[in-house]
Write a protein that binds this ligand. Structure first.
Ligand code: ADP
Length: 407
């Protein structure tokens, strides 16, 4: 068949040309795509190197997990603390974690599901969880760990990150502090109790024998032993409060009734006849730990009596102010200089005037503030030199649905 012009590939030359042009275009596009890929790859590599350098320089342990719990990245500090081998690092979380024999601070085993990385992978952020791990035979490491899920700005789940600090040394220091506290509270107080008991006996015998001239010495021994006992008590209590070891046992408490009863019980040790209590009628109960409330009131009352002129009156006023009960203790003492007022509730703070006289360690008001604040209340002071001082504190009113002690 003869080919007609229409049948002959009329554009063969042109097509080749077009093909060549297209191929030329493709190559150019491919080259630029390749360049793009290389640039992006380089950028990613640079960012990864930056991230690695940052993670390496972090002193705390840091691990980044995939959504399945595999370790994606881990800095040298984490490697150092956990002591994973290269093979262990690659194992699934379910195989890695049991190797650490994780425990809680109280020695109970940590259920794997409750561990910070597991919780973070479930989407739950955790903060400051104490874990005890045993990464190598005979080694115990205390960790404070935080973890959080990682999400894109659109909310896609990318995995989780955990950071942890080795607090073993801190824990050891805490244990040493506990040992000292135990020694102070038992070993120092036992002989002191004997000194007090013997001084009391001596005092009675001196009275019986009519040796009133020597009574003064026995009384001085008794008062000093009592002061020393109070100071030891303050030291122990402030250390326990700071360590969070004085949990509150809250219940509904009639603050006015407690104050009246306390005044009666303190009359052996304090000049309570100087104290007048005024309470608004029908006050609702507060939500407080009665023992701690007693400590707050005793501290303020004994300061008011101790730092004011003997014989002057001390007024305790108890009234309602919105959802709180406010108690104020007012004395007619020397007052406190304005520049000293902001420091009164700080640890070991004693005014210049107090340094000249007797007193404690400057822990009483510090302990009082910690106790008031632990109840969700606040404490304050108003004072005028030469007129007197008023210390006030608030306590929350017990919620209507509370009947007995807190569970
Ligand atoms: P201390 O154990 O020395 O009594 P506190 O913490 O109870 O310590 O009190 C701190 C300081 O505040 C005391 O040293 C005292 O100077 C001053 N202070 C406390 N209460 C009164 C008061 N009612 N009048 C005057 N000064 C007071």
């Amino acid at each position: 068949m003869r080919s007609t012009p229409s049948e002959t590939p009329p554009h063969s030359e042109n097509e080749r040309a077009i093909g060549a042009v297209m191929a030329g275009r493709d190559v150019t596009r491919e080259r630029s795509a390749q360049a793009d890929r290389e640039r992006i790859f380089k950028e990613v590599e640079e960012q990864a190197a930056e991230l690695d350098a940052t993670l390496t320089s972090v002193a705390d342990g840091l691990i980044i997990y995939s959504p399945q719990g595999e370790i994606v990245r881990m800095n040298p500090a984490a490697q150092d603390i956990l002591g994973y081998s290269a093979a262990e690092r690659k194992r699934p979380m379910g195989e890695r974690l049991p190797k650490l024999h994780i425990q809680k601070a109280n020695g109970e085993p940590f259920r794997e599901e409750e561990t910070p990385p597991r919780r973070a992978i479930r989407g739950e952020p955790v903060h400051g969880v104490i874990m005890v791990i045993h990464p190598r035979p005979g080694q115990t490491v205390w960790l404070s760990a935080s973890a959080a899920p990682i999400r894109t700005p659109d909310g896609d789940f990318l995995g989780a990150v955990m950071t942890f600090t080795d607090i073993t040394r801190l824990h050891e220091l805490q244990e040493q502090r506990e040992d000292i506290l135990r020694a102070v509270s038992h070993d120092l107080r036992n002989p002191l109790a004997i000194v007090q008991a013997q001084a009391q006996l001596l005092l009675r015998n001196l009275h019986k024998a009519g040796l009133t001239g020597s009574v003064h010495s026995a009384e001085a021994i008794l008062t000093s032993a009592q002061r020393m006992n109070d100071m030891i008590q303050d030291l122990i209590e402030s250390a326990r409060l700071e360590a969070g070891q004085l949990p509150l046992e809250r219940q509904r408490v009639d603050l006015a009734a407690l104050a009246v009863d306390l005044k009666r019980r303190l009359d052996e040790t304090l000049e309570t006849e100087r104290v007048h209590i005024e309470a608004s009628p029908g006050l609702p109960p507060v939500w407080a730990d009665p023992n701690r409330l007693e400590r707050i009131l005793t501290n303020l009352l004994s300061n008011a009596l101790k730092y004011s002129t003997p014989g002057t009156e001390v007024w305790v006023a108890i009234r309602r102010q919105e959802s709180e009960i406010v108690t104020t203790v007012t004395d007619q003492g020397p007052g406190i200089a304005p520049e000293e007022l902001p420091h009164l509730f700080q640890r070991y703070y004693r005014t210049r005037a107090a340094h000249r006289g007797r007193g404690g360690l400057g822990l009483g008001l510090y302990i009082t503030r910690m106790l008031v604040e632990a109840h969700g209340g606040h404490i304050w002071v108003e004072s005028r030199v030469g007129v007197g001082s008023t210390f006030g504190f608030s306590m929350p009113i017990a919620p209507a649905d509370t009947t007995g002690p807190e569970q």
